[in-house]
Design a protein around this ligand. Structure first.
Ligand code: ATP
Ligand code: BTN
Length: 251
């Protein structure tokens, strides 16, 4: 339409049938990329999750997408970014009419209490003034029983939702939403996302346990603060915990 014809396309999509990892691809080429460039693949032979874990990435029926973003203010600004991306993804899926979604701190999206999608933010950069960010998103679209059997925790896919968007529509909407939200994040920080996060937070007000290596901390989840740390009401009062090596589980 008219509006679309007037749009200047400056972002690129690197599309692969097969690739080890869309995140690894963008990280490798980050010096040559512009903010908003994406990489999409049908299959990942070495899809990755947090802390060296594997993202099961079978052929054809799922979305594996990464986007490059240059954070002008350096790496310190990237704290809490996976929460922003999770909010973007929820908004996109909501706009398609999909409900029953939730976010689990710091990087997971749930559908009907089972893991639907994951976010992996990786970065590269030498100075305080520069940060090459790669934002990876994996969404299960239509998982066969045999594919799902390889996943070692409860999972869900979009085929179980009321509306099933096409992979192309989803990718385009996601790219646009991420662009909008990252621009907002650069201007206003995580404060601009606290309400969206709270609305989708599956653990808000719930009893949880926090796993940090050998350590276990019990408490009631009080949401997040504006740096993206999780707030837990423990017997010592309200304590905040920074991401990284922490996993959250229901008590
Ligand atoms: P946490 O981040 O709290 O430690 P997590 O166990 O979900 O939670 P992540 O690193 O976020 O850990 O995600 C990787 C995990 O996700 C894998 O270890 C596996 O259990 C699960 N997983 C892998 N592939 C898929 C997939 N396609 N769909 C759903 N879950 C998956
Ligand atoms: C997680 O839950 O641990 C995050 C999973 C992120 C998976 C996506 S799929 C596209 C991109 N490429 C990768 O290798 N990982 C991310």
């Amino acid at each position: 339409d008219e509006a679309l014809l007037k749009e200047t396309v400056t972002q690129r999509c690197f599309y692969y049938d097969e690739i080890p990892s869309t995140n690894a691809f963008l990280l490798k080429h980050c010096e040559e990329l512009s903010s908003g460039d994406i990489c999409v693949a049908e299959y990942q032979s070495a899809g990755r999750g947090r802390r060296g874990r594997t993202w099961i990435s079978p052929y054809g029926c799922h979305l594996y997408c990464s986007m490059y973003w240059n954070l002008s203010q350096g790496m310190a600004q990237a704290t809490g970014l996976s929460l922003v991306v999770a909010c973007s993804l929820v908004k996109v899926l909501n706009n398609f009419g999909i409900d029953g979604l939730g976010v689990k701190w710091p990087n997971d999206i749930y559908l009907d209490n089972k893991k639907l999608a994951g976010v992996l933010v990786e970065m590269n950069g030498q100075a305080d003034t520069e940060c090459h960010l790669v934002i990876g998103i994996g969404i299960n679209m239509s998982m066969s029983r045999a594919q799902g059997d390889k996943i070692d925790q409860p999972w869900s896919d979009l085929s179980q939702s009321r509306v099933v968007p096409s992979k192309t529509e989803l990718t385009i909407s996601l790219q646009r939403q991420l662009h909008e939200d990252l621009t907002l994040f650069e201007k206003e920080g995580l404060s601009a996302f606290l309400t969206r996060w709270k609305e989708a937070d599956i653990f808000d007000g719930k009893h949880v346990k926090l796993l940090m290596g050998e350590q276990r901390i019990d408490g009631v989840c009080q949401g997040i603060d504006k740096t993206g740390s999780i707030l837990l009401k423990t017997d010592k009062g309200v304590e905040s915990f920074v991401g990284g090596e922490i996993s959250l589980r229901s008590a």
